[in-house]
Design a protein around this ligand. Structure first.
Ligand SMILES: C[S@@+](CC[C@H](N)C(=O)[O-])C[C@H]1O[C@@H](n2cnc3c(N)ncnc32)[C@H](O)[C@@H]1O
Length: 374
């Protein structure tokens, strides 16, 4: 039994506010329960079928009262090999032992899986109980193990659910490469809900991560999200790949390089100078491209509109000045200085930007650049 007073600090969006108390039961002797499960994976090894199931419970302390959801990410070991499955039973249990939600995962060797469990905001002392057992164990020396690789606690909302269903990393379940979910939808809902039902135009740059590899774009998960979240909006999608094969109502796509001023201007002219309430740059993430796009497109943002640049913490290649630094200077001194932003566009930004906010719901920040209302 692990000391139940162990305190761990999670790396999730409320990591600065919330500590996790970890309690372990029936853990076998090989199990390691590191001090901080989220800077290194927590490794749980199932007991043999005739012994009680291995169980650990994470109970955040000082949880903000609006939190109503846990999402946990798991991976199973691969080497040495085994044939059985790791059966994972998850429950949200309050401080009196009442169960609020449950879920079951079956992971073969080397598999990844996640589960999202919900509870009423304000539930007293909600904890996430993780129980692991072997399924189809035929004997042998290699049990394999289960790793809890990441854990989130957050307040969910309708946009988070749409993003998770569509599989975009703006939500809390999907992530690309070795990353973690960006969780932008947690804060986007607060920013976008006030004009959700209005008629307006939205432009998103960058439409599908998978297309980077295949070069054959078939789906645009985030455009599906915007279609459902903004029922009266007209959607424009801009990507270096050709998304002509992606069709849905109220949506047009355009093939262009966001790092090319020529392409961006061709897009504006071809669509009769559209004015956008909302622009979201989730394209290449290269600083030069982000700034070229901002320079070319900010005139197309309607008064009071927002220009969002995602994933400012990640760059495909090193480049100066980084967009985050250009925006910090704009925020602090009101000046725009960048070789990627021509002087007349820089002066336009200085005159018309009303504020620059940087949000960091999880791993990598996004910026909201607001245009003056009039
Ligand atoms: C991170 S994905 C977009 C994910 C999508 N917005 C979502 O939330 O699911 C990045 C996209 O940017 C596109 N892209 C990469 N470089 C680009 C460029 N220079 N101009 C326009 N699009 C680009 C890629 O083709 C890819 O579709």
């Amino acid at each position: 039994v692990i000391d139940s007073t162990t305190k761990v600090l999670s790396r999730h969006s409320s990591g600065n506010l919330c500590r996790w108390e970890v309690e372990g039961r029936d853990l076998n002797t090989w199990c390691r329960l590191p001090g901080n499960p989220l800077t290194r994976p927590l490794v749980l090894m199932a007991n043999r079928p005739d012994a009680p199931a291995t169980t650990a419970c994470f109970r955040p302390t000082g949880l903000p009262p609006q939190i109503d959801t846990f999402t946990a990410f798991f991976r199973t070991s691969q080497n040495p090999s085994y044939d059985h499955a790791q059966l994972v039973t998850l429950r949200v249990v309050d401080d009196e032992g009442r169960v609020h939600d449950r879920s079951t995962l079956r992971l073969a060797e080397g598999a990844r899986a996640h589960a999202t469990l919900q509870f009423q905001a304000g539930t007293p002392g909600p904890g996430l109980e993780i129980r692991v057992a072997l399924e189809g164990f035929g004997g042998g020396d290699h049990h394999g193990n289960l790793r809890l690789v990441y854990l989130l606690a957050y307040e969910s909302n309708p946009l988070v659910s749409l993003c998770n269903r569509a599989g975009t990393d703006k939500g809390t379940e999907a992530f690309s490469g070795n990353g973690v979910p960006h969780c932008y939808a947690i804060e986007y809902h607060e920013l976008f809900a006030p004009f959700r039902d209005e008629r307006f135009a939205l432009l998103e740059i960058g439409l599908d991560d998978a297309s980077k590899l295949s070069g054959k774009p078939l789906d645009a998960p985030s455009l599906r999200v915007w279609r459902d979240y903004f029922p009266a909006a007209t959607l424009y999608g801009y990507d270096i790949n050709d998304f002509a094969g992606f069709e849905q109502e109220r949506t047009v796509t355009f093939r262009g390089d966001q790092g090319s001023r020529q392409d961006l201007e061709r897009f504006i002219v071809q669509h009769d100078q559209p004015m956008f309430r909302l622009v979201i740059d989730d394209g290449s993430h290269a600083s030069s491209h982000q700034q070229t796009s901002l320079a070319a497109l900010f005139r197309q943002v309607e008064p009071g509109g927002m220009y969002v640049i995602e994933d400012l913490g990640w760059q495909p290649f090193p480049e100066e000045p980084r967009t985050i630094d250009v925006l910090a200077e704009l925020h602090e001194s009101g000046r725009v200085r960048s070789p990627f932003i021509p002087a007349d566009d820089a002066r336009y930004l200085e005159r018309t930007v009303s504020s620059v906010e940087v949000h960091r719901p999880n791993d990598s920040p996004f910026a909201v650049i607001r245009k003056r209302a009039g």
